[in-house]
Design a protein around this ligand. Sequence first.
Ligand SMILES: NC(=O)C1=CN([C@@H]2O[C@H](COP(=O)(O)OP(=O)(O)OC[C@H]3O[C@@H](n4cnc5c(N)ncnc54)[C@H](O)[C@@H]3O)[C@@H](O)[C@H]2O)C=CC1
Length: 371
Amino acid sequence: MDAQRLKDSFGQVARQGDAVALFFYADLFVRNPHLRDMFPVGMSAQRDRLLAALGRIVSHVDDLPALVPFLQQLGRDHRKFGIVAEHYPQVGASLLATLRYFLGEDWNDDLAEDWNSAYSLVAKVMNDAADDDSLVWPAWWNAQVIGIERRRFDITVLRAVPDRPLPYRPGQSVAVEAPGRLRQWRYYSMANAPRSDQTIDFHVRLIDGGPVSTVLARNVQVGDRLRLGAPVGSLTLDADSPRDVLLVAGSTGLAPLKAIMEEIGQRPVPPRVRLYFGARTADALYDLEDLRKRAAESPWLTVTAAVSDEDPGGAFEHGLLPDVVARAGNWSGHDAYLCGPPDMVEQTADRLLRLGVPGGRIRFETFGGDR
Ligand SMILES: NC(=O)C1=CN([C@@H]2O[C@H](COP(=O)(O)OP(=O)(O)OC[C@H]3O[C@@H](n4cnc5c(N)ncnc54)[C@H](O)[C@@H]3O)[C@@H](O)[C@H]2O)C=CC1
């Protein structure tokens, strides 16, 4: 397999933009009409994901240590769509047909062989990971909504209970499928440490035009069913660290950090935790009441709220979280965990680095703009 030839040919195809994924799915559904039902009705987000995933695979095709974990996660992740071993050759045939079509006269036997070997490897790694996963986890969990708190017109805290235990680590997320939004999965973080009654809280922010967040934030009712994928993510507590902890949460980025905060609180001797919770306006500090209650009960926890887009008149800190955190002091002895909008996370990490916090002690996960 000639990695450079693969990359060059993919680059040539990818330049054709949206038409590539459109052609691919049309070919897949014409050859295999039964597969259509495994995908959402609206395919535009799906098309973007296909191209993004293919681009990532091809760009790392000569870097297996980076590629294999990505493919394994992709394989595990596809179980909830109902993908099984027999689907891989069908997808492979349509992928090759797509490449052949867009490369036109540049398509040749050598390229066909490169792509065949590359796809076989990708399919094997994904399928093996999915098989291993099926020994431990179901493909998804059914869950029932048992509580809904609409904290603001655009922010809702949901409580759900899965039909069987869903073991996870605080800080992780699951893909959620909302009622009436079949096969449209969006990731949400569990907002609590695992409980004996198995209940899980999710913090949902309505995103303009987002088909899933609209249902979850505005329409869902007690008794409704959700489907949940397997837990993912590595924004988890370094339990061996003796250091104090800084948590920086922008809006509903609070969810995973609240779960981590609860995990810390379960330790016999919790380290000191400084939690910064920021929102654009004071009324968007949707969970502040609960956070303050917990701080009052927990001598190890300090909560600071910050508002960026209006003057809070002394009630809260004023400013963007990266600025508020940076001016608050010396964080060099802390472990930091960040979650929120990508710009906030990036800028906070950057400021902490410049303040002397080693990169290895700053943990975060970036979330795309999934709706
Ligand atoms: N609901 C959930 O389970 C989870 C949500 N998230 C993420 O949390 C984020 C919530 O974000 P939004 O509601 O859009 O927050 P937002 O736009 O309301 O911002 C919240 C705060 O973040 C800071 N901030 C925002 N933009 C900034 C910028 N350009 N530079 C510096 N600081 C900035 C400000 O302090 C602002 O007050 C989303 O990106 C979401 O994906 C992440 C993990 C889990």
